[in-house]
Design a binder for this molecule. Structure first.
Ligand code: BES
Ligand code: ZN
Ligand code: ZN
Length: 461
C-alpha cells in the first residue's frame, strides 16, 4: 500500500531545480557538490536527476530538474518521476514543489506496480510528506487509485463476473453498506432484460450489484459503472487487435468502486448508492444476435444494431433503476466507445451533462487536481442517428463512424428522466505508456476530480 515515510532527520534532501533557482540551490548544496553535478553533465532541465556524493559512500542529496513553464503548461506531477528514478531510501523535498499536494500524490501513484502475477523488483524509495500536505487524505487517494488500477489490471480469467461481484461486496461490507444483488435468470423476473441479454452467453452469470451507504435522509448521490469483465464484441466479434485490452472493459465499475471507497472513507455527508451491472460479453448459442429487439427496464424497445455496443445496453437498465428514486446527482462511468479515444486520446475523458452548473464545477475541480475531463455536447439533432427501424432505439445507430461517443451518451440519456442532475463519463481506464504518476496499464480517471467536487458539496461530519 502506498504510504509516506515518517519524518526523520536522516531523510535525504531532494532539490527541485530549474534554470531560475539553480544559482541559489548551488550555494545551498555547496560549491563542491554543485561542481560535481556539473562535472557529471547535470543541467537544471525538467526530468534530469543527479545524485550528490556524501562522505564514505553516503548520499548527500539529489538534484532533480523541474519544469520552468507557467501554469497551465507546467506539469505539477513532474516531481513524481522521482518515484521510479530514485534508489531505495527515505527522501524529503528540500525546497517546496509548485503544488505539494499533487507532487506528493504523484509520487505515491508513481510507485504503483501490478505485482499479482509477477514479482516487482524495482526500488521503492519513500517520501516524507511535504509540509502543509494532508498526508492521510493524499495517502487515501493513492490507495484508492491503486485499488482501482489493480481491478483494471487483473486479467479476465482472474476477475470474471463472480470475482468482480465479490470485490464490490467486500468493499461495501467493509463500510457497512447494505448490499443487494440479482443474478442470472432472476434478472428477467426482476426486470433487467438488457443485463440478462448481454451476459447470458457467458459461463459466469450476469448480475447487478446495488449497495447503499450513509445517512438515509442525506442528499442522494448515485454512481454507476460499466462492469464488462471481458468484451469479445459478441457475435459481432472484435478483431484480435481490438480485443487485446478488453479485460479493462470493467474500468467504469473500477472507477465507481474507487470513488465509492473515497466517499465512504472520508465519511462525506451524502447518501451513496452504487449500481454496477456486471457481465462478460461472450459468444455461445444463447448470445444476443444482431437485429434482435430487446425489452428494457424502462419500457422502450432496443434494436441490437451491433452486439459490440453492449455497454450502453447494461447501463440502460442500471440507469433506469437508479433513476427511479430521483437522486439529486447521478454519475456514470464507462469504457463505452472507441470514438471517445479518436476524439480526445487516452488521457482526456469526455463527459456529458445538461446541467450547466455541474459542468462548470466538474471542469473546475478537474483542472485544479489535474484529472483531465472535457465536456462534450448531448447534441439533440443526433438523436435521429439512434432511431431504430423495428425497435424504438438502436444501440449502434446509423451514421456509423460518426459522433460515436455522443450518440452513445444520447442513448443513455433516454434512460434518465427523474434524476435532478446526471453526468456521463466515457473513460479509457488505461495508460498506453508510463507516466510520472503511473506505469503503463490500468488507470482510474475522473474519480479524483469528482471526489473533490463531492467533498466540497457534502463535507464530512
Ligand atoms: N468496450 C468497447 C469500447 C472501447 C473500445 C473502449 C476500445 C475503449 C477502447 C465498447 O463496448 C464497444 O465496442 N463499442 C463500440 C460501439 C459501436 C459498435 C457502436 C465502438 O466504440 O466501436
Ligand atoms: Zn463492445
Ligand atoms: Zn465494451
Amino acid at each position: 500500500m502506498p504510504a509516506f515515510a515518517s519524518p526523520t532527520p536522516d531523510a535525504t534532501p531532494v532539490w527541485l531545480v530549474n534554470a531560475e533557482n539553480w544559482p541559489t540551490v548551488k550555494s545551498r548544496v555547496g560549491a563542491a557538490a554543485a561542481a560535481f553535478a556539473e562535472r557529471c553533465g547535470f543541467e537544471p532541465k525538467a526530468g534530469r536527476m543527479q545524485c550528490l556524493p556524501g562522505e564514505a559512500g553516503a548520499l548527500h542529496g539529489v538534484l532533480f530538474g523541474v519544469d520552468e513553464s507557467k501554469a497551465p503548461a507546467r506539469d505539477p506531477f513532474g516531481p513524481a518521476r522521482l518515484a521510479t528514478l530514485l534508489p531505495e531510501g527515505v527522501y524529503r523535498f528540500a525546497n517546496p514543489p509548485d503544488d505539494s499536494d499533487l507532487a506528493a500524490l504523484g509520487f505515491l501513484l508513481g510507485l504503483y506496480r501490478y505485482d499479482r502475477f509477477k514479482a516487482d523488483k524495482t526500488p521503492k524509495p519513500r517520501l516524507v510528506a511535504p509540509d502543509g500536505v494532508d498526508a492521510i487524505r493524499v495517502q487515501r487517494i493513492a490507495e484508492a487509485i491503486a485499488y482501482g488500477r489493480d481491478l483494471v489490471n487483473t486479467p479476465a480469467n482472474a476477475l470474471g463476473p463472480h470475482a468482480l461481484e465479490q470485490e464490490a461486496v467486500k468493499l461495501a461490507e467493509h463500510f457497512d453498506a447494505s448490499v443487494a444483488m440479482v443474478r442470472g435468470d432472476e434478472l428477467v423476473a426482476a426486470n433487467f432484460p438488457l443485463i440478462h441479454a448481454v451476459g447470458r452467453a457467458a459461463s459466469e452469470e450476469p448480475r447487478i450489484i446495488d449497495f447503499s451507504w450513509g445517512r438515509e435522509d442525506a442528499p442522494k448521490v448515485t454512481v454507476i459503472g460499466k462492469g464488462v469483465t471481458f468484451d469479445t464484441g459478441g457475435l459481432d466479434i472484435k478483431p484480435a487487435s481490438g480485443m487485446e485490452l478488453m479485460k479493462k472493459d470493467m474500468g467504469g465499475a473500477a472507477t465507481t468502486l474507487t470513488l465509492a471507497r473515497l466517499i465512504m472513507e472520508a465519511g462525506l455527508d451524502l447518501r451513496l448508492r452504487a449500481v454496477i451491472p456486471i457481465v462478460e460479453n461472450a459468444i455461445s448459442a444463447p448470445a444476443m444476435r444482431p437485429g434482435d429487439v430487446l425489452q428494457t427496464r424502462k419500457g422502450l424497445t432496443v434494436e441490437v444494431g451491433n452486439t459490440d455496443a453492449e455497454g450502453r445496453l447494461i447501463l440502460a437498465d442500471a440507469l433506469a433503476l437508479a433513476d427511479e428514486e430521483a437522486p439529486e446527482l447521478m454519475l456514470d462511468f464507462a469504457t463505452l466507445t472507441g470514438a471517445a479515444r479518436v476524439a480526445l486520446g487516452p488521457d482526456l475523458v469526455p463527459f456529458y451533462t445538461d446541467d450547466e452548473k455541474l459542468a462548470a464545477e466538474i471542469a473546475g475541480h478537474s483542472a485544479r487536481v489535474r484529472d483531465p475531463l472535457w465536456r462534450m455536447p448531448l447534441w439533440r439533432p443526433y438523436d435521429a442517428m439512434i432511431e431504430g427501424t423495428v425497435g424504438d432505439i438502436s444501440n449502434s445507430g446509423t451514421g456509423v463512424g460518426m459522433a460515436g461517443s455522443i450518440t452513445a451518451a444520447l442513448f443513455l440519456r433516454r434512460f434518465v428522466e427523474k434524476a435532478r442532475s446526471w453526468a456521463h463519463f466515457d473513460v479509457y481506464a488505461w495508460n498506453p505508456k508510463p507516466r510520472a504518476h503511473g506505469p503503463m496499464g490500468g488507470e482510474i480517471q475522473a474519480a479524483r476530480a469528482l471526489f473533490e467536487l463531492l467533498s466540497e458539496r457534502y463535507p464530512g461530519r
